[in-house]
Design a protein around this ligand. Structure first.
Ligand code: PLP
Length: 418
């Protein structure tokens, strides 16, 4: 048998490893798995209950009321000139990302390194060429216009060029300014690249100031998002895509793929999502508290690890920091630690803290790095407390204690090593 060599997603493997340790009675602080600590807002849960009886298939593209609500949401928050007909709904944005790539017969997919774990396996599964776009610590891990030109030069002749762009970023929480996005859009336009912009963390920009690259390159940008992160509903599987008319035929091709593999996102979930996409006072309040808690955690994480003598991104949105252990490379070498998987394994053994190795995000194995997800705390309790308490350093030490302890344990471990 000749099978595709697609192993299980490394994020899930790490989650299993940490869970195994936990079931054997050893304490674990799970900062490896990127799941929202917060539940869906109460109004959205209520809406799901009210719609649980709906059992018919929905249209492949999504129910019209939700598509209209999502279009309105992107117009209001991101300034995108989209309408209901530009929107596709599916079972998670992962399926939409896959469909957007699979719609092309022959493509070179430019994927930054580090980047979210599933882009490259998806592109390879489809049979596309993967072109890596290295991101550098020295450039603040940001993509620059010349990086796009360099990557385009490596793409195979005659293939469609696709760039995967993701901000706020996983694994780093990095966001771009309007000027930076405009320059990247210009570079993509010059190289005739289609941008697939994964904005799943957009609504979790800590200052509620997310800017979409699609504003500066509307004609050739597909924007994916969904309820998994800001809606705290990863397991509900609700993803969205804005696919502009100008990308002629792409929407129809994606729809065809989704119709063969998914049929539709679950109907009750779509109905509940209509409530989530309404700009109600409840939703605004629920999101404001989430952002404030995550912002405080991001700052704590950056300060603690930076002061331990390593690199750590200062996230501006989402719930991750990318940790760069290379400043301590020699100290690690003395302990025989020479790749990022080994580093994370030893860290888990010696501190009980689970991180996800940089190699899973496309970094070279010997580049000692990892993603830290500051999410191991009871999000429901923290949100409840945030109704009455100021969200500051004391707040996260009290209500996000496990995550703070994990970060402190990594710092102590690093200080002992260096
Ligand atoms: N994109 C990024 C950057 C992610 O981190 C994730 C989930 O971890 C996804 C996409 C997939 O999200 P969904 O739950 O919508 O499939």
């Amino acid at each position: 048998m000749k099978l595709h060599p697609t192993p299980e997603s490394p994020t899930l493997v790490m989650h299993d490893m940490a869970s195994l340790r936990e079931t054997s009675g050893q304490p674990v602080i799970k900062l490896g798995f990127g799941q929202s600590p917060f539940p869906p807002p109460a109004v959205v849960i209520e809406a799901l209950k009210e719609n649980a009886h709906r059992h018919d298939y929905a249209p492949v593209a999504g129910i019209p009321a939700l598509r209209a609500a999502v279009a309105e949401h992107h117009r209001r928050h991101d300034g995108l000139e989209c309408t209901e007909k530009d929107i596709l709904i599916s079972a998670g944005s992962k399926a939409l990302l896959y469909a957007a790539m699979a719609a092309f017969q022959e493509a070179s997919v430019i994927i930054p390194a580090p980047a979210w774990v599933s882009y490259a396996p998806q592109a390879k599964l489809i049979g596309h060429e993967v072109v890596s776009l290295p991101r550098m610590a020295g450039k603040g891990w940001k993509i620059l216009p010349e990086d796009i030109a360099n990557a385009a030069a490596l793409c195979g002749a005659g293939r469609e060029k696709l760039l995967i762009f993701n901000a706020p970023g996983n694994p780093d929480g990095i966001c771009y300014t309007e000027n930076e996005l405009r320059a990247l859009a210009d570079a993509a336009r010059k190289e005739d690249i289609i941008v697939i912009s994964d904005e799943i963390y957009g609504r979790l920009h800590f200052e509620d100031a997310h800017v979409s690259i699609a504003r500066f390159y509307p004609e050739k940008t597909v924007v994916t998002s969904g309820l998994s992160k800001w809606g705290g509903a990863g397991g509900w599987r609700l993803g969205t895509a804005v696919v502009p008319e100008s990308l002629t035929g792409l929407r129809a091709a994606m729809l065809g793929i989704l119709s063969e593999i998914i049929s539709c996102a679950p109907t009750p979930i779509q109905m509940a999502a209509v409530t989530a996409y309404q700009d109600s006072a409840e939703m605004r309040d629920a999101l404001a508290r989430r952002r404030a808690i995550l912002k405080e955690l991001a700052e704590y994480c950056h300060e603690m690890l930076f002061s331990a003598g390593i690199g750590c991104t200062r996230a501006e949105g989402g719930f991750y920091a990318f940790v760069d252990f290379m400043p301590l490379q020699e100290a690690f070498a003395r302990r025989g630690i020479e790749n990022s998987y080994a580093l994370c394994e030893i860290l888990l053994q010696e501190t009980g803290v689970a991180l996800l190795a940089g190699q899973a995000f496309g970094m070279a194995p010997e580049y000692l790095s990892a993603r830290l997800a500051f999410v191991d705390f009871d999000g429901t309790a923290a949100l409840e407390a945030a109704k009455n308490e100021t969200i500051d350093r004391d707040f996260i030490r009290k209500h996000c204690a496990k995550t703070c302890d994990g970060i402190a344990a990594v710092k102590t471990w690093l200080e002992a090593i260096s």
